[in-house]
Design a binder for this molecule. Structure first.
Ligand code: ATP
Ligand code: MG
Length: 325
């Protein structure tokens, strides 16, 4: 089976964008691939984290993967820092990546503006991400649209290394779904919904109170128009329609017909209904899973062992190509 790798940062506040851009796709297509789903804690520390919260967030994210329907029959779930090969290949790739390539990354520009002190690790984030992906001979990387540029960079880094030192890495492809690959903030539909954005009414949290979620959705910023149509020039309505489409699986024409002549209040209510119908069972399974931390720790330990076997083989190949080891 073709190999999939993807990951999410355990920085808390998981939201509907993470679900639709990443987890939902992973679950839907998991039986077509040999999957590695990582909890990328070393990425989370590129910005300040509270240690006790981080520790909790790692285990909670494992529970969320499972609650969303990731099956251990198809997937290895593990924590990035449990497999040291990520850091080692990350360093190697740092030494192979022109600084100009990193300077072009739009995520770095966005995120660095929001930090008082910008850590060097924030700039080097994409080379660690390239290591994450390349260690598993990954063919397919299912991600949200915001990661497109980082996957392109991963391909460039791998191609450059292969060219300079000989065939070493498999060149991966991004898998970005056409629907809801960039879920926007409820408070501002021109900004991507993000874990790191803590503004009130910004996000649709996966694990938040569902009544509060409905309220936030009813207050979602739209525009002064009234027509309910898929239209990128009206990002608020377009965002709600995209969420609705992703969660119902209906096509655009059917959805536009459904809402013809209706007001925005009706649309918001309908989207809130399908969001809550998705999140309610997810939260129930999540609560059951987090009640057994020893079980989760066991899954992560076995996951790291399996991941390390694959990763260490690739790492050794890279070291040897460079004339090391
Ligand atoms: P942060 O703001 O800390 O970067 P994040 O919300 O971007 O958090 P990540 O852990 O960086 O979350 O990303 C995890 C996955 O979720 C990635 O595949 C990313 O592309 C996807 N993703 C993140 N935000 C969205 C979004 N708004 N819409 C669709 N997919 C998203
Ligand atoms: Mg992100």
């Amino acid at each position: 089976l073709p190999r999939v790798f993807s990951g999410i940062q355990p920085s808390g506040n998981l939201h509907l964008g993470n679900y639709l851009g990443a987890i939902h796709t992973w679950v839907q297509e998991q039986n077509q691939y040999d999957n590695f789903f990582c909890i990328v804690d070393l990425h989370a520390i590129t910005v300040p984290q509270d240690p006790a919260e981080l520790r909790k967030n790692v285990r909670d994210l494992a529970a969320l993967y499972l609650a969303a329907g990731i099956s251990l029959e198809h997937a290895t779930i593990f924590v990035q820092s449990h497999v040291p090969a990520h850091v080692e290949l990350g360093w190697i790739l740092n030494c192979q990546t022109p600084l100009g390539w990193l300077n072009r990354m739009t995520q770095f520009k966005d995120k660095s503006q929001k930090q008082e002190t910008v850590a060097a690790g924030l700039m080097n984030y994409p080379t660690l991400m390239a290591a994450d992906i390349l260690l598993y001979d990954t063919q397919v990387v299912p991600v949200g649209d915001d990661q497109r540029q980082h996957i392109e960079l991963t391909r460039d880094i791998a191609e450059r290394f292969n060219h300079l030192y000989g065939e070493t890495f498999v060149i991966p492809e991004a898998l970005i779904r056409p629907v809801a690959a960039r879920v926007m903030g409820l408070d501002d539909p021109t900004q991507k919904m993000s874990k790191s954005n803590k503004a009130a009414n910004h996000s649709i949290p996966l694990l938040g109170d569902l009544k509060a979620t409905r309220k936030a959705m009813m207050r979602a910023v739209t525009d002064s128009g009234s027509e309910i149509k898929f239209d990128e020039t009206r990002p608020g309505v377009n965002n709600l329609l995209g969420i609705y489409q992703a969660l119902t699986g209906k096509d655009k024409a059917t959805i536009e017909a459904e809402f013809e002549g209706q007001g925005y209040g009706k649309l918001k209510g309908a989207v809130a209904d399908v969001v809550i119908a998705t999140l309610e069972p997810l939260q129930q399974r999540y609560n059951q899973l987090t009640a057994d931390p020893a079980e989760l720790d066991g899954i992560l330990k076995r996951g790291a062992e399996r991941a390390a076997e694959v990763a260490n083989a690739t790492l050794l190949r890279a070291y040897q190509q460079l004339g090391l080891r």
